[in-house]
Structures are given as structure tokens and as C-alpha cells.
Design a protein around this ligand. Structure first.
Ligand code: 5CA
Length: 438
């Protein structure tokens, strides 16, 4: 991609109302623009990151056996009246009337809608287990939208819903999602800590939140130190194994959000507990027949008896994750994208666009890298050297290849690793070797 033809409206100044680093950098790097309180437009760089995160989550859901669907953002109030949540959900739900005075709402979550799909089509245990997921915008009229995409009113969520014939099978489905979540956060370059959690308006008897430890996180959490340094074996786990032992490896440690924390344990020497803060990037719930009973989502079981199906729901905060990844990966100059998420791996920076020699060598390298299907952004703009370098640090691609008149004279070019800040001076061939063998 040539930067000249990429819409990257970076801001030089720190925006006034942004309090935390991810919000500041997302605005400064031209990733998002506020439309109104808690609602954002996603500009090209932001959209690319959103897509990357969506795709990692999608691929892991599919590996874990889930089927992708797409439910609408607007739902009929009827099904919510059936489940009993229409009144309960309170002011967070955006209620709308259509031209025929029918009650509609902008979905804050999809348990009811997916249960309606299920009950229309599935009648027998033979069609189970089933897991349906989608990635769709939600609206919650949060009391205090803040920190940019971290607590938005409109936000993108991946939500999955499992259906099973009995309690034990539904715990198996819960465990599959538990492990899938650990895997997908790891694939985003993040260390997520599963914690016992409150079930809130979703309900149920079993729930875990997945938390990224960060000072700016909104949740207060208590976690056993050993869990923070725990070496996982996730890459060796297959979804067809019995996953209870794997899940127990995590849940045997003490880790809880504030609402679930047992304060008497904090002073207890048996637990090496620390109190810290974190960002909730995922939340899973097991709620059995809470929705299937009132909504009459029944199936025949092996004994030919009609029973209400057992369910769970599983959410990943896709748009919040864009902020969370930045909170976990940045320095004073800007974002440092992990390789799993970065929109491009390399940033060629032409320090003197318009100079014949600089243009020639940059373009030659760019074309060669493109032909080799390397993922590269070429800064061919006419900005000043200082602004180009500052912008490159701000947008945080893993490697910068910096080419200017001095380098051309010496036949040595700078390769900068964004994360370590290390700069190597390499010949053209050494550069090629590096990018081809990376
Ligand atoms: N139906 C269930 C699971 S599918 C559900 O809605 N769960 S939730 O309420 O916990 O939301 C799932 C995830 O969405 C959260 O873990 C969080 O990462 C994200 N999320 C929730 N509210 C917001 C918000 N206001 N802004 C950004 N992300 C949010």
C-alpha cells in the first residue's frame, strides 16, 4: 500500500477529552472518529485492526465447531417480552417504535433472537450439540461511556450461543469455549486471565470473565501471582479431548473480579494474591434453561422426552480489544502492534520523496516486496523527515526501513525494530535477506 493513497488522518496534538493511552493513540493515529458520545466511525487503519481481530476470533470459533451466522442489529420486542427481559433490561436498552407503532430495540445481546432461530429449526437431541455465533454491533446506553472504544455505547461483539441436550453436555460446550477463548486471545498476542465472574443481566450459575491486566482497566481484580506467570500448553490442546482437566488448570488458581472476590482471602497467607486492574475482553456464561424454558425452545431427548434445551453464551469484545491491544503494546511514541494484529509488517519510509535516487530505490524495494507478497506500507508522501518518522512510530508497524540521501551515499539503509528501537544499518542485499527470511 502506498501511503499517499491511504486515508490516514493523524493528529499532531493530544486530543483534549482522551484520558487513557489507547484512546489518545487511536484518535492521533487516525483510527477512529467520534460521531457522538460512545459512538465512533472507524477510519481505514482502525477498520483494518478491527478486521484482524474479528478474523482471529472467527477462525478460532470455527475450529471449535461453531457455525457462523449473522443476526440483525434491530430486534422485535416480542421475544424479549417472552423471556421476561424486556422490562428487566432497563435504561441500557435502546427501544424504538416503527411506523406501525411496533416495539423494536437495538440489540444489546442476542440470547432471545438466537433461541428463536433454534426453536424454529431444531427438534431433536440428534442435531446437538450446536453452537451458533456471529460478529455484530450492539448498543447499550451505558451511563458513562468513556475511554473511547473501551466503554462504548455502540460496540462490536463476537457472540456465540451453545445448545445441548443436558447439563453435562452443556458444561462440555462451556469448556470448549473457555479453551477457545484462551487460544484466541493468545493468537492476538495477549495474555488473558480467566476469572470467576458475576452473571449480571445475562444470568446463569457459572461464568468467567477474561481479563487483560492493565493499570487503566475498569475492573478491579484479585489474582494469584502464579497464574500471571503460568506457562500454558494451549497449542497442544484439541477440542475433541475432555477439556475439564485443561480448564481446571486455570480455575484451580484464585482469580476473581471485585464482585466475586472473597475479601477474607486477601490476608490469608495460603494465597499469594495481588490486587490489580484489568480490561474485560471476554465473558462466558452457562445459564442452562433460563431462556429455553420461557421461550419454549424444547427438543426430544434420547428417552423421547420433551425437554428445554441447555444453553450458554460467550462474548468477545471485538472493538474493545482494539483498545486493549494498544494498552498492552505501546510506548511514549505510539502504538507497537504485535505481529499477529499488525496491518502491515514493514514500513518503508522515504526520507526525501521527490529525490530521484531515494524514489528509485524505495520504489524498487517496495515493488520487490509486494511481488514477494510481503505486507508493506510505503511512505511516499512529501512530509518533513521528522513528521514522517514520528508518524511511523505512532502507527507502530513492527519494522521500519528508512531510506534517505545519506544512506544512499553510504549504500547502507536503516532497519528499525519498532519494539526494541534497535536500528541496524544494512546493505540492500542484507535488507532483502532479512525481509525474505523473517
Ligand atoms: N450475551 C453475553 C455473551 S455473548 C454478553 O453480552 N456478555 S457481556 O455483556 O459480558 O459482553 C461481552 C463482551 O463485550 C464483554 O466481555 C466486553 O468485552 C464487551 N463489552 C461489553 N460492554 C461493552 C461496551 N459498553 N463497550 C465495549 N465493549 C463492551
Amino acid at each position: 500500500m502506498l501511503l499517499k493513497s491511504f486515508f490516514l488522518p493523524v493528529l499532531k496534538e493530544t486530543p483534549k477529552d482522551a484520558e487513557i493511552i489507547s484512546h489518545i493513540y487511536m484518535l492521533r493515529a487516525g483510527m477512529i472518529q467520534q460521531s457522538t458520545s460512545g459512538i465512533y466511525s472507524w477510519l481505514p487503519l482502525g477498520k483494518m485492526i478491527l478486521e484482524k481481530i474479528t478474523e482471529i476470533s472467527r477462525q478460532e470459533m470455527i475450529k471449535a465447531g461453531a457455525n457462523e451466522i449473522l443476526m440483525p442489529t434491530i430486534q422485535s420486542a416480542e421475544i424479549w417480552k417472552e423471556s421476561g427481559r424486556y422490562e428487566d433490561y432497563g435504561k441500557e436498552m435502546l427501544r424504538i417504535k416503527d411506523r406501525n407503532n411496533r416495539d423494536l430495540l437495538y440489540g444489546p445481546t442476542n440470547e432471545e433472537l438466537v433461541t428463536e432461530i433454534f426453536r424454529t429449526h431444531v427438534k431433536s437431541y440428534k442435531e446437538l450439540p450446536l453452537n451458533l455465533f456471529h460478529t455484530q454491533w450492539k448498543f447499550r446506553d451505558e451511563l458513562r461511556p468513556r475511554f473511547g472504544v473501551m466503554r462504548g455505547r455502540e460496540f462490536l461483539m463476537k457472540d456465540a450461543y451453545s445448545f445441548d441436550v443436558d447439563y453435562n453436555s452443556s458444561i462440555k460446550s462451556y469448556n470448549i469455549m473457555f479453551i477457545a477463548y484462551m487460544k484466541l486471545f493468545k493468537k492476538m498476542g495477549l495474555k488473558a486471565i480467566p476469572m470467576k465472574a458475576d452473571t449480571g443481566p445475562i444470568g446463569g450459575d457459572l461464568s468467567h470473565e477474561f481479563i487483560i491486566i492493565a493499570d487503566t482497566g475498569e475492573s478491579e481484580v484479585y489474582v494469584e501471582k502464579e497464574l500471571l506467570n503460568f506457562e500454558d500448553t494451549l497449542s497442544n490442546i484439541n477440542y475433541d479431548e475432555n477439556l475439564q482437566d485443561e480448564v481446571n488448570k486455570y480455575t484451580s488458581f484464585y482469580a476473581a473480579t471485585e464482585e466475586k472476590h472473597d475479601a477474607s482471602l486477601f490476608d490469608n497467607n495460603d494465597y499469594n494474591l495481588i490486587k490489580t486492574r484489568g480490561i474485560e475482553v471476554g465473558h462466558i456464561f452457562h445459564f442452562g434453561q433460563k431462556y429455553s424454558m420461557p421461550m419454549k425452545a424444547t427438543i426430544t431427548n434420547r428417552e423421547g422426552k420433551n425437554i428445554s434445551v441447555f444453553m450458554g453464551s460467550y462474548g468477545v469484545g471485538i472493538s474493545r480489544l482494539v483498545g486493549a491491544v494498544i494498552e498492552a503494546n505501546h510506548d511514549k511514541n505510539g502504538i507497537i502492534w504485535p505481529k499477529e494484529i499488525t496491518p502491515w509488517d514493514y514500513n518503508i519510509i522515504n526520507l526525501k520523496s521527490g529525490d530521484n535516487d531515494c524514489d528509485k530505490i524505495c520504489l524498487k524495494l517496495y515493488n520487490l516486496m509486494e511481488n514477494k507478497k510481503l505486507n508493506v506500507l510505503y511512505d511516499d508522501t512529501e512530509e518533513r523527515t521528522g513528521s514522517k518518522l514520528a508518524r511511523a512510530d505512532l502507527i507502530g508497524l513492527p519494522y521500519q526501513i528508512i531510506i534517505g540521501p545519506k544512506g544512499i551515499k553510504d549504500k547502507l539503509y536503516d532497519l528499525k525494530c519498532r519494539k526494541s528501537g534497535d536500528i541496524s544499518r544494512l546493505s540492500y542485499n542484507e535488507l532483502l535477506n532479512f525481509v525474505q527470511n523473517k
